[in-house]
Design a protein around this ligand. Structure first.
Ligand SMILES: Nc1ncnc2c1ncn2[C@@H]1O[C@H](COP(=O)(O)OP(=O)(O)O)[C@@H](O)[C@H]1O
Ligand SMILES: [Mg+2]
Length: 294
């Protein structure tokens, strides 16, 4: 019986009927089959790998698409909010200005006002100032002007900003301003607005008092950082992504433009703004700016 017949025969071949040559060929055939199986295995493994790569890529693309869509929606939202805010701000500026002048006039002409009248005028003045602030925020937000850059001593701006803010007695402000902090190219008015927004938020986050540490440091030849760390209530995880969105606020009297404006200003300087926070421990806002000079 030769090998072919041997393989076809239903009964199992008897090994002692096989010649050496038969055994060799049988062995070769077996080896060939094994090789084929390995090739198949490798093929399927490669196919599987390709497939899972393709899935990963697809996931990435879907994610990118989702992000692009979200960005588009938020840009549209921003444009609409911008138009609205600008319109309202502009329309209210003149009437508020007139009310302010009227209050000023009344205070001048009424020499010795009754206590009630005096109090009313004070309230009027206070509310007009508050309204003006809101209007300025609305206009700031819509007319993000290009920063008018000049060489600025940031430490001086920080000190000036802090000095004009009325800080509650139970809040301590610690300044850690690096003496060798470089002069950088920036718009001091915009820096002041950014710092005011962040410091006011920090103060509002510490209703029971606490500490605000303002730090300035040069990170490298190219970058500087200014950070504001409070010991306040912190920010809930689910809000972390929304802070810089216009109109996002968790305060009953907030308008939610402070951080959106600050971010616009920081980005117009080619910088970044980041936040780290822990509930009931406190929050740190860090602004990084390029340390270009004229
Ligand atoms: N230092 C901080 N500590 C805790 N929460 C903060 C802090 N700064 C900002 N936030 C949160 O970010 C929100 C948005 O701030 P902002 O844009 O300045 O608007 P507003 O102060 O009018 O609410 C705040 O309502 C608050 O929830
Ligand atoms: Mg604010």
């Amino acid at each position: 019986m030769n090998l072919e017949e041997l393989l076809k025969s239903k009964t199992s071949p008897k090994i002692d009927e096989m010649t050496n040559e038969d055994l060799r060929r049988l062995f070769m055939k077996y080896k060939g089959l094994l090789k084929e199986r390995d090739r198949d295995k490798a093929f399927w493994a490669a196919t599987n790998e390709n497939l899972s790569l393709a899935y990963e890529k697809l996931d990435e693309l879907v994610e990118e698409l989702r992000e692009a869509q979200e960005e588009l929606i938020s840009k549209q939202k921003l444009a609409i909010i911008g138009q609205l805010a600008g319109g309202v701000g502009h329309d209210l500026r003149n009437p508020i200005g007139s009310i302010k002048n009227a209050v000023y006039f009344l205070k001048m002409v009424i020499e010795d006002p009754e206590p009630d009248l005096k109090k009313t005028l004070e309230i009027l003045e206070k509310e007009v100032t508050a309204s003006e602030k809101i209007i300025n925020s609305l206009l700031d937000f819509t007319h993000t002007k290009l920063p008018s850059l000049r060489n600025v001593k940031v430490n001086e701006v920080i000190k000036k900003t802090i000095s004009k803010i009325s800080v509650p007695e139970d809040i301590k402000i610690v300044r850690q301003l690096e003496k060798t902090f470089p002069t950088i190219l920036a718009d001091p008015d915009q820096l002041d607005r950014i710092f005011v927004n962040i410091i006011l938020n920090a103060i509002q986050a510490m209703p029971e008092g606490g500490q605000l540490t303002v730090k300035s440091e040069a990170l490298s030849q190219e970058w500087v950082a200014i950070s504001f760390s409070d010991t306040g209530m912190g920010i809930a995880e689910e809000n972390m992504g929304k802070l810089f969105e216009p109109l996002f606020t968790t305060k009953s009297k907030g308008i939610g433009l402070g951080l959106a404006i600050s971010k616009n200003f920081v980005e117009a300087h080619g910088g970044t703004i980041e936040v780290q926070s822990e509930i009931e421990k406190g929050t740190t806002f860090t602004i990084k700016l390029p340390s270009d000079q004229l």
